[in-house]
Design a protein around this ligand. Structure first.
Ligand code: MRU
Length: 349
């Protein structure tokens, strides 16, 4: 049994501990998951979140299902098939979830001649490999993205794409951290990211830890700070990128891309290739999660909107590829036309 320790999760060998991101930044509470069902519920309820981290945690959920089957003496393949369905149903938009679960399941389906102990150990190795590959991907994304930014720049970001959303460092926030260490970024505008406030709660928390100067703005202030000439680049993450370069990301991202275009500001998307869904031709095919209207109608159980008012709460939107200046991955940077550049990237050319 191996152990892994990251900012947002810990794997102890038989338990997945998740930092409860609903309680940050004021409380650091860890939630213990011992079954795949508990991991799926933690993903669904957003104890844990962020596309790459959802994939990593789901991979460990598959390991927990194998361990449970071993303990119960039940059929491991049946338990794994069931667990994978439960995990896949947790959240619909981030493709990293199905990418990681399918990778784990294809390993499991190929095992024919191992003892039960070795079977479980093989799955644990695969989950740890998914985690380690994501760490390495983030380092490359950081370098590839920082190279695109001008000296002494101010950037604007949305949602949380840092170490809390991945294995380590981050994607868009990883680019910002890397560019800051290189002396290229001098200031970060952080969209608060209504309604879950991943920006004001989580990105702000990470930037404070790094000592990077920033200010939080309400999402509606982005146009104005751009208009005032205070933004040199917008950089965001992604939950799913289709093969034509359309990008699903946190609700409000599309609005930022339109604004960036209007103000002549580059709009960058940073994501590992595990976020690219080559099976989908365009963004209109991406399932967009709709969350509970109460996330919009109030905050922390306190009703803000009038009684009987209703809300529409899509958690993500799709930015058309024509608004995206470049897609930064660990394998390199894709530029328009994306159909060709993404295909080349995925083939490792
Ligand atoms: O609903 P969330 O918090 O899981 O949404 C997260 C995002 O939209 C991120 O931008 C995306 O997953 C990339 S995280 C590196």
């Amino acid at each position: 049994m191996a152990e892994v320790s990251a900012m947002a999760f810990r794997w102890t060998g038989d338990c997945l501990l998740l930092l409860d991101q609903r309680k940050l930044p004021h409380e650091e509470v860890w939630v213990a998951c011992k079954t795949a069902e508990e991991v799926a519920e933690a993903i669904r309820s957003m104890v844990t979140r962020g596309a790459p981290l959802i994939g990593i945690t789901a991979a460990f959920g598959v390991v927990l299902a194998a361990q449970q089957a071993k303990q119960k003496g039940s059929s491991i393949q049946t338990e794994l098939e069931h667990a994978s369905q439960v995990l896949l149903a947790a959240r619909p938009t981030a493709v990293n979830l199905s990418w990681a679960v399918n990778r784990m399941m294809s390993v499991a389906r190929e095992i024919t001649d191992l003892s039960l102990d070795d079977f479980v150990a093989r799955l644990e190795d695969e989950a740890i490999a998914i985690y380690r590959e994501d760490c390495e991907a983030n380092l490359c994304i950081g370098e590839n993205g920082a190279a695109l930014l001008p000296e002494n720049c101010q950037v604007l970001t949305h949602c949380n794409t840092g170490a809390l959303a991945v294995s380590d460092l981050g994607t868009a926030l990883g680019v910002i951290k890397t560019a800051y260490r290189q002396g290229k970024v001098r200031f970060v505008w952080v969209d608060e990211t209504r309604p879950f406030l991943q920006g004001s709660r989580l990105t702000a928390w990470e930037l404070m830890k790094e000592g990077i100067p920033f200010k939080i703005i309400v999402d509606g202030a982005a146009a104005w700070v751009m208009r005032k000439g205070l933004v040199d680049a917008v950089i965001v993450g992604a939950d799913r990128i289709t093969r034509n370069g359309d990008v699903a990301n946190k609700i409000g991202t599309y609005m930022l891309a339109v604004l960036a275009k209007n103000h002549g500001i580059p709009f960058y998307v940073a994501a590992p290739t595990s976020t690219i869904d080559i099976s989908l031709p365009s963004g209109e095919h991406i399932p967009i999660e709709e969350r509970d209207e109460n996330e919009v109608l109030g905050w922390h159980g306190v009703r803000v909107a009038p009684e009987n008012a209703h809300a529409f709460n899509p958690s993500f939107d799709v930015t058309p590829s024509e608004l995206v200046t470049a897609i930064i991955t660990e394998k390199g940077v894709a530029s328009p036309p994306y159909q060709e550049s993404i295909a080349r990237l995925m083939q490792g050319e």
